[in-house]
Design a protein around this ligand. Structure first.
Ligand SMILES: C[S@@+](CC[C@H](N)C(=O)[O-])C[C@H]1O[C@@H](n2cnc3c(N)ncnc32)[C@H](O)[C@@H]1O
Length: 244
C-alpha cells in the first residue's frame, strides 16, 4: 500500500477547507506553525506561508518521506502526547487525520494547546466518524462494518470525529467553528475507487477472505455503473482559539 498516495488523496478532499481555515487563522502573518502527526508531508508540502514550519511524527519512515515531500519544513521525531517544544511556541498548531490514531486524544489536544501562543489557533482539519458511514445499496453495508473493526483492531477510534468538538471544549479551547467537510456527492474517478479498494485490502489483512472482498468489489462496481452507489463518511473539523 502506498500510504503517501492515500494521504495525497485525503489532502485533496480538505484543500478548500484548509484554504478557508488557514486564512481565518492568519497563516499569512504567522511566525511559527506546527503540524502534529505530519506523516509523509502531504499537508506540509502545500503550506504557503512566510512562517517557520515544523512537522512532528512518531513514525520515522514517514518522516523520511516528508523530508523529500516538504523540504522547507523542519521535522521532528516525537510523540504528540508529549510535544518536545516549550509552552506558547506556535501561532498555529494543526493536525489532519491524526486524533483518531492517538491513544489519548484529549491529552493530544491539550499538548497542542500548551505549545500554542495565547490567542493562537488550533485546527483539527479532518477526523472521520466511521460509525455514521453511509453505504448504499444495503448489500454494501458490511464494508463499513469491516472497516470499523479493522480500525479498532489497529488501535484507532473510528468514531472520534463525532467527539472532536467536545474534546476541544474539554481542553478549554474556545471553539470558533466546527462541522463536516463537504463530500460524498461527486462520483469518484476510477483511480480513486482503486485507491479505496487498496485501503480496504490493506486495512482488512487476513480478517476477511479474498473471496468476500471480491464479491463486495463486484457489487460496488455494479452499483457505481448503475448510478446507485452512495458512500459517505462524515468527517469533522474544528477550529479553536486558545485563551489569552
Ligand atoms: C493518517 S496519518 C496522517 C498524516 C498526515 N497528517 C496527513 O494527513 O497526510 C496519521 C499520522 O499520525 C501519526 N501519529 C499517530 N500517533 C501519533 C503520536 N502519538 N504522535 C505523533 N504522531 C502520531 C502516524 O505516525 C501517522 O503518520
Amino acid at each position: 500500500m502506498n500510504w503517501h498516495a492515500r494521504y495525497l488523496q485525503q489532502a485533496a478532499w480538505t484543500r478548500d477547507l484548509r484554504a478557508y481555515l488557514f486564512k481565518k487563522a492568519g497563516l499569512d502573518s504567522a511566525k511559527c506553525v506546527l503540524e502534529v502527526g505530519c506523516g509523509t508531508g502531504a499537508i506540509l508540502r502545500e503550506l504557503e506561508t512566510p512562517a517557520s514550519v515544523l512537522g512532528l511524527d512518531l513514525n520515522p519512515a514517514a518522516l523520511t518521506q516528508a523530508l523529500v515531500n516538504a523540504p522547507a519544513a523542519s521535522l521532528t521525531h516525537a510523540n504528540g502526547l508529549a510535544i518536545p517544544f516549550p509552552d506558547y511556541s506556535f501561532d498555529i498548531v494543526y493536525c489532519h487525520y491524526y486524533l483518531l490514531w492517538v491513544r489519548d486524544p484529549l491529552q493530544a489536544v491539550l499538548e497542542m494547546k500548551r505549545v500554542t501562543k495565547p490567542g493562537g489557533h488550533i485546527l483539527a482539519l479532518a477526523e472521520p466518524d466511521y460509525y455514521a458511514r453511509v453505504d448504499q445499496p444495503d448489500a454494501l453495508r458490511p464494508l463499513g462494518e469491516w472497516q470499523r473493526d479493522a480500525l479498532l483492531g489497529q488501535g484507532a477510534d473510528p468514531g472520534f470525529g463525532a467527539k472532536l468538538a467536545q474534546t476541544f471544549f474539554t481542553a478549554g479551547i474556545k471553539l470558533e467553528e466546527t462541522g463536516t467537510i463537504q463530500g460524498g456527492v461527486e462520483e469518484p474517478s476510477a483511480w480513486e475507487r482503486e485507491m479505496e479498494w487498496a485501503v480496504i485490502q490493506a486495512d482488512l489483512g487476513e480478517s476477511v477472505s479474498g473471496e468476500e472482498i471480491q464479491k463486495m468489489k463486484t457489487l460496488d462496481d455494479e452499483a457505481w455503473a448503475k448510478g446507485e452507489r452512495v458512500l459517505y463518511v462524515p468527517t469533522y473539523f474544528a477550529w479553536g482559539v486558545t485563551p489569552t
